[in-house]
Design a protein around this ligand. Structure first.
Ligand SMILES: Nc1ncnc2c1ncn2[C@@H]1O[C@H](COP(=O)(O)OP(=O)(O)OP(=O)(O)O)[C@@H](O)[C@H]1O
Ligand SMILES: [Mg+2]
Length: 232
């Protein structure tokens, strides 16, 4: 399965093989660092978030999920928890609905919303229909229960979420997830905003697994387009 960039398809067609290789390698580095950041038995549940909109949360969450699922016998479930602007579906050429809100709202069964992808190890729950109460749905007992149920079937559950400094939705997953990864975009993310995000996450007592630097300039840095900094 190819690595994806849904928002800017031109990027993919214009990329040379060397750049594609480097990006794939960078996601593999992120995968390796995640292995070491979260050492525990059973399913690992990881939230991808950032300070503000457009820093690359969805792009990174999707590509890390794809890269994790490339490992033999590693079953991965990617859940779009950005219920305000569901976008994960775009990366897989799917519609957002039926998805998480349809299930949490009682309109669909779980089997109807866990959807297959081109990768045999990767399943996706898209966002679903847009609803007026996303944070309530995400913090509902039904959400906790379905994640518990999915833990028995998957090695990783990856949650794509909205930005922490804008809405509380990502924080509602604090009690469910094992850790949070913060996505930072080079030349875009602001230090005070990042500091605020870290403070908010620390206040919520979540484990911050690390920061992924998205969009690093290959020419100037002389290495990967994506980097992972461990936070301990
Ligand atoms: N490394 C990158 N290089 C170039 N474009 C990128 C990169 N990462 C993300 N983008 C583009 O930036 C835009 C925003 O990315 P993405 O949707 O992943 O961000 P997001 O943080 O999930 O945004 P939102 O908060 O709105 O959900 C998209 O058009 C995406 O294709
Ligand atoms: Mg997003």
């Amino acid at each position: 399965m190819k690595l994806h960039n849904a928002g800017t398809p031109a990027l993919n067609t214009q990329m040379g093989p060397d750049l594609k290789f480097k990006i794939a390698e960078a996601y593999k580095t992120a995968r390796t660092n995640l292995y070491f950041s979260l050492v525990k038995e059973g399913c690992k549940k990881i939230v991808f978030t950032s300070s503000l909109s457009g820093e690359g949360k969805s792009t990174t969450a999707v590509n890390v999920a794809i890269t994790l699922a490339q490992e033999v016998s590693t079953k991965v479930l990617l859940i779009d928890c950005d219920l305000r602007k569901p976008k994960v579906n775009c990366f897989f050429n799917m519609t957002a609905s039926p998805g998480l809100t349809n299930f949490l709202g009682g309109m669909k069964n779980i089997d109807d919303v866990v959807r297959e992808t081109d990768s045999p190890n990767l399943r996706v729950i898209t966002g679903g229909v847009v609803v007026p109460n996303p944070s309530e749905l995400l913090s509902s007992a039904k959400m906790g229960a379905v994640v518990k149920q999915m833990e028995n079937k998957f090695d990783y559950i990856i949650f794509d979420t909205p930005p922490v400094n804008v809405v509380v939705d990502a924080l509602t997953l604090a009690g469910i997830a094992d850790g949070f990864v913060i996505v930072v975009k080079e030349g875009f993310s602001l230090q005070p905003e990042l500091r605020r995000t870290i403070m908010t996450l620390e206040h919520a007592k979540v484990k911050i697994l690390g920061v992924i630097l998205n969009g690093a300039k290959l020419e100037t840095k002389g290495d990967y387009g994506y980097r992972y900094e461990h936070n301990e």
